[in-house]
Design a protein. Structure first.
Lengths: 265, 103
């Protein structure tokens, strides 16, 4: 029985080999192109827009007065200049963390409660939808993160250290997979994130809809899952290290065009 | 109440291509949750498309359709300004209907 199964698998592999006339990367690119037409990220974008404008929470307020770094209520162009330093909180924040701040200050929702909610549930799912909406308003714009504030420069340096920090049971760092060109996990090409990987690649592609599990992922969940794959403990939502990594990736991506919300396999 | 659909309808010549994204879990009834209990099936069963009120497409869907389904079809004779209405009913009896104007 087991042998038959193995033979069957071998036969399948041979067929697949014979069919693979074009390269695997071409095949994936073609698959993405087909999916792009109906990117379900649009559904989350619509949900996020509604959440942005709707009066909610104990204070029954909308998020339209939320300052994402370009002034209160300015959404366009905010995504490509985040993470950045915010004077009111006195720290560097990324998009998702900043949205939680606004939900807490404007709408009166409990920050600690949101932060410990698992991804994809309750208010955390709303944060992702909001991030998708905000990111979509900067589609086609180029990344240009501010590095004028001392904390922003420090965040970049912390992010760089974290990126090259090896640890966990597999002695992995982010750089083990994302430190040179031409690497991949299974069929997914991995961009070299120590430099600008190009338009719409890496930092410039998230939030993204993942077809394989039907989930919308923001950058926080993306980083969280990278750490899972490295067998590190999960970093906290909006923790200093995740924001620092965001700063590092965002500054490296300077000049790259944002295609977020993108679609992934 | 279900989330809205995204409907785009674009005319080219005497044909209009309609592209629809629906927001639905489309649970097959085969999966188990973290406690090992079966997640009950929950999927869209009926889809109807109408052009200016006249039904042009009906479909019976099952649990094999993906989550957040994408549907594309061509309506002959639909012109810019016409109304395209899409509605679905799922196996729990939940309904959703949305309308778009052909551009």
């Amino acid at each position: 029985m087991k042998r038959n199964l193995l033979l069957g698998l071998a036969a399948t592999a041979l067929c697949a080999g014979a069919l693979a006339q074009k390269s695997t990367a071409d095949g994936i690119a073609e698959y993405r192109k087909m999916l792009e037409d109906g990117n379900p990220a649009e559904l989350y974008e619509a949900k996020g827009e509604e959440l942005w404008k709707k009066a909610r929470g104990p204070k029954n307020a909308s998020l339209q007065a939320c300052d994402l770094g370009q002034g209160p209520g300015v959404v366009k162009g905010a995504f490509v200049a985040l993470p950045r330093y915010f004077a009111d909180t006195g720290r560097v924040q990324d998009l998702e963390d900043r949205l939680v701040t606004c939900m807490a200050t404007l709408q009166g929702l409990d920050r600690a409660e949101i932060v410990k909610t698992p991804f994809g549930r309750g208010e955390m799912a709303n944060v992702t939808a909001l991030a998708t909406y905000v990111a979509a308003q900067s589609r086609g714009l180029r990344f240009n993160l501010p590095q004028t504030n001392a904390q922003e420069r420090e965040s970049y340096e912390i992010g760089k250290r974290a990126f090259f920090f090896r640890g966990g049971s597999h002695d992995f760092s982010c750089a083990s997979c994302h430190g040179e060109d031409g690497k991949r996990i299974r069929l997914q090409d991995l961009p070299d994130l120590t430099k600008n990987p190009g338009d719409g690649i890496g930092f410039a592609a998230w939030p993204a809809y993942r077809v394989s599990n039907g989930q919308m992922w923001g950058m926080q969940l993306r980083l969280n899952d990278c750490y899972r794959q490295q067998r590190f403990p999960y970093p906290g939502f909006g923790s200093e290290v995740t924001i620092a990594l965001g700063t590092y990736l965002g500054v490296n991506a300077k000049g790259a065009e944002s295609i977020a919300p993108a679609i992934k396999r | 109440m279900a989330d809205p659909m995204r409907i785009r309808a674009q005319a080219a010549g005497d044909k209009t291509t309609v592209r629809v994204l629906m927001s639905h879990e489309m649970e097959t009834g085969q999966r188990k949750d973290s406690a090992g209990k079966l997640i009950p099936a929950w999927f869209i069963q009926q889809v109807t498309a109408a052009h200016n009120g006249k039904t042009v497409l009906t479909a019976e869907w099952g649990p094999s359709i993906s989550k957040n389904p994408f549907l594309q079809f061509v309506v002959k004779g639909a012109k810019a300004g016409d109304k395209i209405t899409l509605s679905w009913v799922d196996n729990k009896g939940d309904k959703r209907s949305d309308e778009a104007t052909v551009t």
